[in-house]
Design a protein around this ligand. Sequence first.
Ligand SMILES: [Zn+2]
Ligand SMILES: [Zn+2]
Ligand SMILES: [Zn+2]
Length: 89
Amino acid sequence: MPNPTCAHIRAIKTVKRAKRTECEEWVKVGTHWVHLRTCQECGTTRCCDDSPSRHATQHVRASKHPMIASAEPGENWLYCYPDEVFAEY
Ligand SMILES: [Zn+2]
Ligand SMILES: [Zn+2]
Ligand SMILES: [Zn+2]
């Protein structure tokens, strides 16, 4: 892998962090979550694929927003869905 980071991630200047540490959809439907992820396009926070509802992935599919960042304390990474690339920052 000569360059492990995709163009989407290279274009990021400031990583958006979660404004609130709760899943946006949880507020409406009340399912619990395991970890939280923040969309890098619109800055909203949703639950990860280990959570029963997988709202972050659903949001990416529905909105075509390509990237999420971990919203967990102490975790500094991004994930690009179209390129399936993880990057620490
Ligand atoms: Zn990408
Ligand atoms: Zn989004
Ligand atoms: Zn959720």
